[in-house]
Write a protein that binds this ligand. Structure first.
Ligand code: PMP
Length: 309
């Protein structure tokens, strides 16, 4: 098997216990942590790098450079290693320790930017460096590269349609670059325009749902079309933490916080839907990427000295 084939074709799992709270509505989720580097961003990274090679922009001697909250960077690092390109990632200094360690383990160079400027600060710093040395870098620019959303149009959307046998009625997911939402939704609407597509956003600019963006207060990704979602819903960080813990303890799914936010939003949506509805959402990455976070322990469960895991 070609190592690039370990990206995509992820299982679609039914969240049986969580769905049992609903009246005849089922929630299913794409296990994106099963991708090669462990997150949904492998799909976009693979597409952007292969397009770079096909157009001659990524060629021997170049370094891959981009800004990332972590997962895209890890995907570039892993795929860059396979393809033989060095990788430099700009990321906010407050990205989790796990993400920085994985990047270092995969041989990527990490440039930390101000946590106060969040993903925008990392984006602007990577842009400045890439534009100053075009001969040195290949800058996929994940926020403005159509290969990002098209990766989901060509893979995620097709898989969801096939795996549900065309029975999907709702697709709901959070947005970072919005590539997952835009590409998957576009494909699903082509199959059946009645499929409702729902975008999830953090309820405040200061939130803990790593990898997702509060669009109103941050730089807009170039391909994000705010008129595309049929509806917007908000995600609360504490509720996302709680659902992330439930997924591990009840469904056996040890996943990250944006996955918890997605499933909580899917559950809230499911309460408003008629029997027979089938909601699909995304489990974007694994809980291992958040191991040092405190939220795994609910306060009255913390033993001894009050330290987290
Ligand atoms: N969840 C996590 C954990 C992520 O890292 C990302 C990507 N930043 C997303 C969700 C959103 O994915 P997309 O960029 O396709 O909108």
């Amino acid at each position: 098997m070609n190592i690039f084939d370990l990206v995509g074709n992820t299982p679609l799992v039914e969240l049986k216990k969580i769905s049992s709270e609903l009246a005849g509505v089922s929630i299913w989720a794409k296990a994106e942590f099963r991708n090669l580097s462990g997150s949904v961003k492998d799909r976009a990274a693979r597409a952007m790098l292969l397009e770079g090679i096909a157009t001659g922009q990524l060629r021997p001697g170049k370094t891959i450079i981009d800004a990332s909250s972590g997962n895209t960077g890890i995907a570039y690092a892993v795929l860059g290693a396979v393809l033989g390109y060095p990788v430099t990632i700009y990321l906010p200094a407050n990205a989790s320790r796990e993400r920085k360690t994985i990047l270092a383990c995969c041989g990527a160079t990490v440039v930390e930017t101000s946590p106060l400027e969040s993903s925008d600060g990392a984006y602007l710093a990577a842009k400045t460096e890439a534009e100053a040395h075009p001969e040195k870098y290949f800058w996929p620019n994940q926020y403005n590269n159509d290969a990002n959303w098209k990766a989901h149009y060509n893979t995620t959307g097709v898989e969801i349609w096939e795996q549900t046998g065309g029975k999907v009625t709702h697709f709901i997911t959070g947005m970072g670059t919005s590539g997952t939402f835009m590409g998957t939704s576009r494909r699903l609407k082509e199959y059946n325009k009645n499929i409702e597509v729902v975008a999830v956003q953090p309820d405040s600019p200061f939130h803990g749902i790593e990898g997702t963006k509060h669009m109103d207060s941050t730089l807009r990704p170039g391909f994000y079309d705010e008129k595309f979602p049929d509806r917007f819903v908000t995600a609360n960080t504490e509720a996302a933490y709680e659902m992330t813990r439930r997924l591990a303890r009840e469904e056996g799914l040890f996943v990250g916080v944006s996955s918890g936010a997605n499933v909580q939003a899917a559950l809230d949506l499911g309460r408003t839907l008629p029997s027979g509805s089938l909601i699909v959402t995304m489990l974007c990455d694994s809980g291992f990427r958040y191991l040092s976070d405190e939220f795994w322990c609910v306060p009255d469960e913390v033993a001894g000295d009050g330290e987290g895991i």
